[in-house]
Design a protein around this ligand. Structure first.
Ligand code: C2E
Ligand code: CA
Ligand code: CA
Length: 837
């Protein structure tokens, strides 16, 4: 038991209570404040074995007390126990250097036990028990306490987690070490606040790694969620951090704590490179993988020497033409007892231990050798892409090894393409970019592998001089299977970022995917749909006798579109495409062919397709169904859009479009999206104007027919307006002036008041009266009168007229019809004359 305790504090009552708790065997001395404490310790008259600090009753400058005590006593091991309130924040106290704290009065009775315990552990273990940076336990203390805890509970009661701050180096570099320390402090505090109340403990394991042990029952609690949330959002940083967490449920309490911790670490390591999840639980397979890795690492050198690593070839095709365009070399380990081992089983391990470089050089060499052989055999091989690991690029002699191989095998440099994974750019981006630039200058074609794997290198991509982007379908989810317009844009957005680069899609497993890709301008595909990786002999058979293309066609986006909001998935344009507008589609124009590649759901509705399979409705060549006049306007409009990047609208007529009515008029706004040597991709918004057209046409027809009737009828018809005392003819038919012996010109020039100038004066008042009635009452009127012909003969006319209001004409229009009734009149006259006889 401890012999001498120094109690530092003002409160008599507490001091008495402490004395009482320790009983007779222990001497307790009291110092009211710092100065007095200093005197006691300095004199050495009272060699203390532990110090109790009463922080319930404030002590001036208490933060410096622990350091001061240790300095005066000349030992870092002396236990210093702080008495704190039940709600007090203990981290500052621990950080100040206290060895332990006791919540008073609740836990005060345990003081002697704790002092005793601390004294013995501290006596045998001279390391500092607290991590000063975070105020948490240090690793050793944590492990020894955790061991005791585990043994005190049944199997499966506790879980141990190891926590690792993602890219903590970056925090330090970006914001300075001090800010980095603040982050560590913050994270420690968040975890402490979680485990402390639930009977757990935590420590800082090293640098940016933490560990905690707590009851399994809290794994799914609200508290743990809040804890992670809090830990990942340090207030001192503008953005959140990510913490990877590996866990091991302690099923076997007899397992040494170090092993348990290693299992949690293994789980944590399984999260490296994963951006979708940040928590993993240890599983036996992880241990198996580790053991497997150890096994292959032991065999790798012999395997290389024995030629067990050999490239297989996976062909790449142009889906638009069906031509072979090259292959990717993929390594296979021909293991003497295990058979063919796929690269995923060994590449990651080789990348970790650096052996990858030796292995890769061997693969590159074999590919070069193979290419040379094909050349020598007159086979004219297509380019082969080899994989380059990030580790390779960082090697001093990397570039010279490659150029050495090209020289040694006397290969045209285009034949050896280099695939560098997207994630390689995440670390040392300047260095990697510089090397790639160098490779490109030498003449190599460099491809970005695994684009879309989620590593946000989109931004860096524009600074990286790669010529080809490999887009991995497996990273893009079901993008190829959805027909939703949204995915079009999503992908096109991606595409446009790949400005002036060729795109190869890999992992293409179905025809739908390949077609879909083609529809967004990505023609080159690699994947099980076309071929699996195969031996060089099988690949050789493929390229002999199959059509091939030697240059990759780059898709170029139309100049003005690069910065257009069209590409912004959140832009209004995109919103319209996805949600609002009627029909929209993407056309591919190749020569005179205009194919609808994809369309949104409303497109079909808009064009009025009925009772026909969607594919048939969509996959049509517009040009074949456009009438000649429309075609003569469509292509120039398209050309203009390519040149200017503008959207150009026009109305086009289609005849017998599959599934549609006989004729369809579409108002189409076209916008060229991308062009290549032979193709133009066009984004179209489509409006169906057929009904409008039909209505207009019908009106024209009616007018035409009316005109025919009027032209051919016996009577004369005229439509006139009277403005500023002047008579104007809107319409007048042949008979109107003809029956009076005038040509149209004579009629208009010689008769300023029209027919009125010819009316026998005695009929004029009657006529005037009739016109006024028609104007005011808006009803038809008719009148019989005599009028003079140009030769001076008089005719009897039946005139009827009406004032009408027409759209677009502001003044009333007088429509009048005259019929020559002279003969009837004369006959009637004769008849009357005869009767009178
Ligand atoms: P990677 O470079 O992305 O290669 C494509 C992987 O996808 C290959 O797997 C290929 O077989 C597989 N694949 C191709 N088409 C399809 C498909 O339609 N569906 C599915 N599910 N998978 C498809 P593999 O050959 O197992 O290679 C795996 C990875 O190993 C490669 O991914 C590459 O990162 C690495 N690798 C392969 N060979 C080498 C090499 O020689 N050197 C280096 N450093 N890495 C290599
Ligand atoms: Ca690859
Ligand atoms: Ca890939």
């Amino acid at each position: 038991m401890v012999g001498r305790i120094l109690f530092v504090g003002k409160d008599d009552g507490t001091c008495k209570e402490v004395e009482r708790l320790f009983g007779r065997t222990v001497q307790v001395r009291r110092a009211c404040e710092r100065v007095e404490m200093g005197e006691v310790l300095r004199k050495g008259a009272f060699p203390v074995s532990a110090v109790v600090l009463d922080l319930l009753h404030s002590i001036d400058g208490w933060r410096n007390i622990p350091d001061q005590i240790r300095a005066l006593v000349g030992s870092s091991c002396i236990p210093i126990i702080a008495l704190v309130g039940e709600e007090d924040d203990v981290l500052p106290i621990i950080q100040a250097g206290a060895s332990a704290f006791i919540r008073t009065p609740r836990d005060l009775p345990s003081l002697p036990g704790i002092v005793n315990n601390l004294h013995t552990t501290v006596a045998t273990d001279s390391s500092i028990r607290i991590d000063r940076r975070t105020g948490l336990l240090n690793r050793e203390t944590f492990f020894s306490l955790a061991e005791e805890m585990i043994l005190s509970k049944p199997a499966g009661y506790y879980v141990l987690s190891c926590l690792n701050i993602d890219s903590f180096k970056v925090v330090n570099e970006q914001y300075g070490e001090e800010r980095g320390n603040e982050v560590l402090w913050h994270v420690g505090k968040a975890f402490f606040a979680f485990v402390d109340p639930i009977g757990g403990i935590c420590c800082r394991y090293s640098a940016d790694k933490f560990s905690a042990i707590f009851p399994v029952s809290f794994l799914k609690s609200q508290e743990i969620l809040q804890c992670h949330q809090k830990a990942e959002n340090p207030p001192c940083l503008p953005s959140r951090i990510r913490i990877r967490i590996g866990r091991c449920i302690i099923d076997d309490p007899t397992l040494p704590i170090g092993n348990i911790y290693n299992r949690a670490v293994l789980a944590e390591e399984s999260l490296h490179g994963r951006y979708d999840i940040s928590i993993a639980q240890f599983e036996q397979s992880m241990m198996d993988d580790l053991l497997y890795e150890q096994k292959i690492v032991a065999q790798m050198h012999d395997a290389l020497a024995g030629g067990q690593f050999a490239p297989w070839y996976q062909p790449v095709y142009n889906h638009a033409t069906g031509a072979l365009i090259g292959a990717e070399a993929l390594v296979r380990w021909h293991h003497p007892t295990e058979g063919l081992i796929p690269p995923n089983r060994f590449i990651p391990a080789f990348e970790r231990n650096g052996f990858i470089y030796e292995m890769d050089i061997s693969v590159w060499r074999q590919v070069c050798e193979q290419l040379r052989q094909w050349i020598d055999q007159g086979r004219n091989p297509l380019p082969v892409s080899v994989n380059v690991s990030r580790i390779d690029i960082l090697k001093q002699d990397f570039v010279s090894v490659l150029t050495g191989l090209i020289d040694q095998y006397r290969l045209p440099i285009e034949l050896l393409r280099l695939e560098i994974t997207e994630s390689a750019f995440s670390q040392y981006p300047e260095r990697i970019t510089a090397v790639i630039r160098q490779l490109v200058e030498i003449g190599f074609t460099v491809e970005t592998d695994d684009f879309g794997s989620g590593y946000s290198s989109l931004n860096s991509l524009k600074d990286v001089p790669v010529q080809v982007v490999k887009l991995d379908m497996r990273f893009l989810g079901d993008v190829g299977n959805t027909r939703r317009g949204g995915s079009i844009l999503e992908s096109v957005v991606r595409m446009v970022k790949w400005l002036d680069m060729a795109v190869i899609a890999e992992g293409v497993e179905t025809l739908e995917q390949a077609d879909y890709l083609k529809s967004i301008g990505c023609f080159y595909v690699q994947g099980y749909f076309y071929a699996r990786p195969m031996t060089s002999q099988d690949y050789e058979k493929r390229f002999i006798g199959s059509s091939s293309e030697r240059t990759l066609e780059c898709i170029r986006t139309v100049r003005n579109l690069r910065t257009s909001s069209f590409w912004d998935p959140d832009s209004l344009d995109s919103f319209i495409f996805n949600n609002y507008l009627g029909g929209a589609c993407i056309l591919e124009v190749r020569g005179a062919r205009v194919e609808v590649l994809r369309a949104n759901d409303k497109y079909r509705q808009v064009i009025g397709t009925t009772g026909i399979a969607i594919d048939d409705a969509l996959r049509v060549d517009w040009a074949m169904f456009m009438d000649a006049e429309s075609r003569s306007r469509f292509f120039p409009a398209l050309q203009r859009s390519v040149e200017t990047g503008d959207e150009i609208g026009g109305e086009y007529q289609f005849l017998d479009l599959p599934g549609c009515a006989h004729q369809v008029f579409l108002h189409v706004s076209i916008r060229a999206i991308a062009t290549s040597r032979e193709r133009i991709l066009v984004y179209c918004m489509v409006e169906n104007t057929t009904n409008l057209h039909i209505a207009q046409q019908r009106e024209q027809e009616i007018t035409h027919q009316m005109g025919e009737i009027l032209r051919n009828m016996d009577g004369g018809v005229a439509a006139t307006t009277f403005v500023d005392g002047k008579l104007n003819y809107l319409y007048v038919n042949e008979q109107y002036h003809g029956m009076l012996g005038f040509t149209k010109e004579q009629f208009e020039q010689e008769l300023p008041n029209g027919l009125r100038d010819l009316v026998e004066p005695s009929f004029l008042p009657q006529l005037q009266q009739a016109i006024a009635t028609s104007e005011h009452a808006g009803i038809p009127v008719s009148i019989e009168f005599r009028a003079r012909t140009r030769e001076g003969r008089y005719l009897w006319l039946h005139g009827s007229g009406m004032s009408c209001i027409f759209d677009g004409i502001e003044v009333p229009v007088h429509v009048s019809v005259i019929i020559d009734i002279t003969r009837q009149k004369e006959e009637a006259e004769q008849f009357r004359f005869l009767n009178e006889l």
